[in-house]
Design a protein around this ligand. Structure first.
Ligand code: NAP
Ligand code: G4F
Length: 328
């Protein structure tokens, strides 16, 4: 039986990946930072909390990582831990760089010090493309990050490449474009929209205040994307892969699809407020994942519309339960 160690196991991707690996027969060990905000609701969603061996530790604490690797001797490490909200990265640039950037280096260093045969997956991001240098981004597109988060992810990405080349480690970097699900955090725009659509259609909210409605993203489904992470570590050599759908939609398109699903007109409910604009925006992202398709056999299965509708269905159920409990 293979053992996988996942940092960020309590996050969106961590939960989908843990479920995916458990279904494949893996022993799954998950890192849990010891602080009051940690919650297992996403693992509970799949009913897998008790199937994972949860251990306290923190990616900013190298010693905790070394101890865990020595204890559990994993075959594969998936570094998903991050301060992953781009907007907050301007308010907490140092924390973001410590967790998202240095945290990744700590994971690589822990593997090098413990057993450099362990395969490592680094969760890189399309935010590294930032102010895009080519209309469609692939593995050869130059990077131009626009946020402290994007800069810290670029540091982590290049460290992954460097450990691959310097220490002969199996360290792969997945440059994943935005991916969403019913387990997405409420601060991200897709979930903010689908949650509001549920509340507005159930009569407990009227307006939705967003920031820049013209930004465009290449949005996929998290459940599809975790398979690509796993495939990267099953490949015969470590490498860098873009994972995307190849289609880009604006926030307006997102609102249109989401409000339409419940028979509402988004223009009657959505307002744009400049206070929610970012200091430096990533205006458009659109990825080319041909390399992942040709090398790993990976293709996205879920359409943008299916993904948005899945999120609204989940939010409707959750908000209905909240209303029934009188929590509104
Ligand atoms: P997420 O839901 O925000 O999950 C982040 C995880 O990191 C949480 O489990 C969080 O724990 C954990 N974490 C935060 N600080 C930590 C620390 N100091 N030590 C250990 N764990 C810590 O993010 P996600 O959407 O699942 O994304 C997974 C990874 O992929 C992240 O690295 C993200 O930057 C990257 N990524 C995401 C996307 C996307 O569209 N989702 C695209 C490209 C790349 P708590 O629950 O306790 O806060
Ligand atoms: O949903 P977002 O916050 O995601 P963003 O910034 O693209 O980052 C996500 O995807 C990255 C991959 O490219 C990940 F690496 C990262 O960890 C995260 O998962 O914002 C998407 C767009 C932005 O252009 C933002 O300005 O939506 C725009 N937006 C407009 N109004 C808003 C809002 N974003 C948020 N969060 N909230 C708004 O009210």
């Amino acid at each position: 039986m293979k053992t996988a160690f996942i940092t960020g196991v309590t996050g969106q991707d961590g939960a989908y990946l843990a479920k995916f690996l458990l279904d494949k027969g893996y022993r799954v060990v998950g890192l849990v930072p010891q602080r009051s905000t940690s919650s297992f609701w996403r693992l509970d969603y799949f009913n897998i909390t008790d199937s994972i061996e949860l251990v306290y530790g923190d990616v900013t604490d190298l010693s905790s990582l070394v101890k865990i690797l020595r204890t559990f001797k994993p075959d594969e490490v998936y570094n998903l831990a991050a301060q992953s909200f781009v907007g907050v990265s301007w308010d907490q640039p140092i924390l973001t760089c410590n967790v998202t950037g240095m945290g990744a280096l700590n994971v690589l260093e822990a593997v090098r010090l413990t057993d450099n045969n362990i395969k490592v997956y680094q969760a890189s991001s399309s935010e590294m493309f930032g102010e895009v240098q080519e209309p469609i981004q692939n593995e050869n597109t130059p990077f131009y990050p626009r946020s402290p988060y994007g800069v810290s992810k670029l540091f982590a990405h290049w460290m992954t490449v460097n450990y691959r080349e310097s220490h002969d480690m199996f360290a792969s970097s997945g440059i994943l474009f935005n991916h969403e699900s019913p387990l997405r955090g409420l601060s991200f725009v897709t979930r903010k929209v689908t949650d509001a659509v549920a509340r507005i259609s159930l009569g407990v909210q009227d307006k939705l205040i967003l920031g820049n409605l013209n930004a465009k993203r290449d949005w996929g489904f998290a459940g599809d994307y975790v398979e690509a992470m796993w495939l990267m570590l099953q490949h015969d050599k470590p490498d860098t892969f873009v994972v995307s759908t190849g289609l880009s939609h604006s926030i307006k398109d997102l609102c249109d699809v989401a409000f339409n699903y419940v028979g509402l007109n988004w223009k009657e409910h959505v307002e744009s407020n400049a206070s929610l604009f970012r200091p430096a925006e990533v205006n458009i992202l659109m990825g080319n994942s041909d390399k992942a398709k040709e090398t790993l056999g990976w293709v996205p299965k879920t359409s943008f519309k299916e993904m948005v509708e899945m999120m609204i269905e989940a939010d409707m159920k959750r908000v209905e339960k909240e209303i029934a409990k009188g929590h509104m």
